[in-house]
Design a binder for this molecule. Sequence first.
Ligand code: HPA
Ligand code: ZN
Length: 338
Amino acid sequence: MVKSLIREIPKAELHLHIEGSLEPELMFELAERNRISLPFRSVEEVRKAYDFTDLQSFLDIYYAGAKVLLQERDFYDLTAAYLKKAHAQKVVHTEIFFDPQTHTDRGIPFATVIAGIRQALLDGQKQFGISSRLILCFLRHLSAAQAMQTLEQALPFKDWITAVGLDSSEAGHPPKKFTEVFDRARAEGFLSVAHAGEEGPPDYIWQALQELQAARIDHGVRCQEDPELVSHLIKNQIPLTVCPLSNVKLRVFDTMQDHNLKQLLDLGILVTVNSDDPAYFGGYIEENYTAVQQALGLSDDDIYRLASNSFQSAFLDGKDRQKFLALLKPFSAPETRR
Ligand code: HPA
Ligand code: ZN
């Protein structure tokens, strides 16, 4: 029952880096199309290289892979391929991160990146009925001044972007480095989220909330080290976008059995399950749900709560949120179905 429930229940995905959905097959196709030479001879060789020891060891390969993305059409194909997979796994709403600096630093115009992604999102809505939002992430290993420049490049496209976020190397790059950038972004009407408490300490989660006014915390699994923070997350129902396969691949937890997702859920934190960089971590959203279900013994009720939390945590207006939550009704236990 649980397995078919995981497959069939409508879900929102809230933590997905579009560059992290670049499958090796598409990487080779784009490398050929753009006449770029890759340091790998085959798809198998690429997959073998995906043996990470920590966040940085992944980021080095992830940024190298993104170099095959040059033209608007490449960003379109990347996004279209993700949407097709997400739709097949009953993702009905997705909030996608993109990292413009990974591309603009290689001389690719901001407009090229966003136009390709945007067109694929519009076509995905038409073809699959999948609803979406875009979140612009600043690379925290770069300077606040560079983030501010990127924000300025984004302003002409502001109607296409719902929120700003913060990703890349966490250690040594505290959220407060970007307070001014996020202040400006909020003044321009963007919502905000931030990666925090993946490898960084609970204090970075506090900073993301207090300095950046983050509406959600991406990862956030290290919150458990600070009981006061746990109480704060529960009291204010601040969502955590947790990515189980990522956490094990990047050694945040040694094994899936060690993951704290079930504990966070039982404490009453608004936890969601997401895929982060599915092409690199061995699975999309369904594989993430399945991995935690099996390792932590999640019940049907837990799966239902995770799906419900995903819509509760999404950047939706009241009417749309209710519409999505209503889709869950047929999947709840008979006594609660009204
Ligand atoms: N953490 C930080 N930066 C990232 C990640 C992540 O999990 N994925 C892509 N960029
Ligand atoms: Zn992430």
